[in-house]
Design a protein around this ligand. Structure first.
Ligand SMILES: [Zn+2]
Length: 329
């Protein structure tokens, strides 16, 4: 809840006179409300706090409801008090609510009082955008063939073992991703009766280097690069990526299972994206990997879901990353 009151440029004597006047005329028709409106279109970075201004007349004794259009209905997100003067500029802070959807619509509604008529601002259309993170510790970090981790051998210091079934020795994740995976597993179990198995979480730089080298020996470099990241370019090195499957199913078959389909539909609700979807090889540089989940946080995951956006490259607007830069090929 936020309320910011800014005293208008009106002298105290004028305020007293104005309020006295309104009381005296209370038996008559309420005075019309004027709202000097706000910016009607805006493009804002998701998750930032931003203040817009409206001026309300009369202001004394009013409340204003900041409303968002959700499924055709106006939903009040916050209430502001605007009672400092006959005419008052009102700082309206919009934050967080628009982070989960690419486009949202807002208005400010002033209910009628005994002395003033109701009023509503014009509808504001806000387009959110996300910027890719550079910090390897950020859930919004973008790691792909064009964007290595910096430094290349970065490793998180706060790894934990999630309370889910695991397989193999790479069973650690960053705490935010571990907790989200536990929630996803619980939701999957409630919905399908089946449980997730964590096949591979955090993998250190040296291990990724050896793994990629092994694939290069077996398949050649060009083919290996379509399904295995070079060290320093792997999301597994952030501790935010988890390869998962269903018990008894090779992870490469996970996408064909009912649990795999459920995860594809619901991972976003717990802050994950299926990072390498079908048909996006030209954008991500990798074949489809239905088992590879990347924790990005609930707002960004919801933004992709609601916007029908399938890859982080598109969500961040960075352009495709199908291959390594020429110097690294
Ligand atoms: Zn993976």
């Amino acid at each position: 809840m936020f309320a910011r009151r800014v005293l208008a440029f009106v002298a105290v004597a004028t305020v007293l006179l104005a309020s006295g006047t309104m009381v005296a005329h209370a038996d008559h028709a309420p005075s019309p409300t004027s709202v000097v409106s706000w910016r009607e279109h805006d493009r804002q970075r998701a998750g930032t706090v931003w203040t817009d201004l409206v001026t309300v007349t009369p202001a004394l004794g009013r409340t204003a409801e900041l409303q968002e259009l959700v499924d055709g209905r106006w939903v009040t997100r916050s209430t502001l008090t605007v009672d400092d003067g006959y005419s008052a500029p009102l700082g309206v802070r919009l934050t967080h609510h628009w982070t989960a959807r690419p486009v949202t619509w807002w208005r400010l509604h002033l209910p009628a009082t005994a002395t003033a008529a109701e009023a509503t601002t014009a509808v504001k259309r806000v387009e959110a955008y996300w910027e890719p993170g550079d910090d390897p510790a950020s859930p919004q970090v973008l790691v792909n063939k064009e964007r290595p981790l910096e430094p290349l051998d970065w490793a998180p210091r706060d790894l934990v073992r999630p309370d889910v079934a695991t397989l193999g020795r790479h069973d650690l994740l960053r705490p935010v991703a571990a907790e989200a995976l536990e929630r996803l597993d619980a939701a999957a179990h409630a919905a399908t009766g089946e449980r997730l198995v964590l096949v591979s979480g955090f993998r250190p730089h040296e291990y990724q280097d050896a793994l990629h080298a092994r694939y290069v020996r077996g398949h050649g470099r060009a083919e290996a690069d379509t399904f295995s990241a070079r060290a320093g370019h792997s999301e597994h090195q952030t501790g935010l990526a988890a390869d998962v499957t269903r018990e008894g199913v090779p992870f490469t078959d996970f996408g064909t299972t009912s649990l795999g389909r459920w995860v594809a539909d619901h991972a976003w609700e717990h802050g994950f994206v299926v990072r390498y979807p079908e048909g996006a090889e030209a954008l991500t540089g990798y074949r489809a990997e239905p088992w590879h989940l990347r924790f990005v946080g609930e707002d960004l995951a919801a933004y992709l879901h609601h916007g029908g956006i399938s890859t982080l490259e598109e969500a961040f607007g960075t352009g495709p990353a199908p291959t390594y830069p020429p110097a690294e090929r």
